[in-house]
Design a protein around this ligand. Structure first.
Ligand SMILES: [Zn+2]
Length: 171
C-alpha cells in the first residue's frame, strides 16, 4: 500500500478547486486512489433512498473525496501549510516533518512535548542536586578556610608548639 503524505486526523488546507482556501480535518484517506475526505470540503448531495418503511427518501449532503494533491498539510506547531518532509526518528519510526522542523504526526508532537517536559524536569533535578551539593559544600569550605587560618597561625607561632596544637584541635 502506498503511503500518502496526508493522514487521517491531519488538518489540511485546500489549494485548488472550488474549495480553495478551506481548512478541515482529514476524515479518511484512500491511498490506493490518492483520494481523501476532508471535513466540510467538497460537499456533495446524495440521494438516499428509503430502505425501511419508516424512512423517507432524502438528499444527504456529505463530503466527497478529493485528490490528495489538492491539499497541503497544516503544521500543528507553526500553523502554516507545508510540503511534507520525511525523516526517521531515534526509534526508527518514520516521521513526517514540517519545513519548520516540527513533527506533523500528532503522536510525535505529543512525544516531543513530553520529552521537553521531561528534559526540563531533569534540568530542575540537576539544579536542585547542584544546590544541595553547594549547600553541603559550604561548611566544608568554611572548615577549609578555618584550617588555612589555623595553619597560618601555626607557621607564625611555630616557636610555640602548645598554641599550634591547641588551634589544630579546634579544627
Ligand atoms: Zn511547522
Amino acid at each position: 500500500m502506498k503511503n500518502l503524505n496526508v493522514k487521517t486526523g491531519d488538518t489540511v488546507v485546500v489549494i485548488t478547486g472550488k474549495d480553495a482556501g478551506k481548512q478541515g480535518k482529514v476524515l479518511s484517506v484512500n491511498p490506493s486512489e490518492n483520494r481523501i475526505v476532508v471535513e466540510g470540503v467538497n460537499i456533495v448531495s446524495r440521494h438516499q433512498k428509503a430502505r425501511k418503511a419508516q424512512e423517507k427518501s432524502s438528499i444527504v449532503k456529505k463530503e466527497g473525496s478529493i485528490d490528495v494533491s489538492n491539499v497541503m498539510v497544516v503544521c500543528p506547531t507553526c500553523g502554516k501549510a507545508t510540503r511534507v518532509k520525511h525523516t526517521v526518528n531515534e526509534e526508527g519510526k518514520n516521521v513526517r516533518i514540517c519545513k519548520c522542523g516540527a513533527a506533523l504526526d500528532k503522536k510525535f508532537v505529543k512525544d516531543a512535548k513530553k520529552a521537553k517536559k521531561q528534559a526540563s524536569e531533569e534540568v530542575k533535578a540537576v539544579k536542585a542536586a547542584d544546590k544541595a551539593k553547594a549547600e553541603k559544600a559550604e561548611p566544608v569550605k568554611r572548615a577549609v578556610e578555618k584550617k588555612v587560618k589555623a595553619t597560618a597561625v601555626n607557621t607564625k607561632e611555630a616557636s610555640k608548639p602548645t598554641a599550634a596544637k591547641k588551634s589544630q584541635r579546634g579544627v
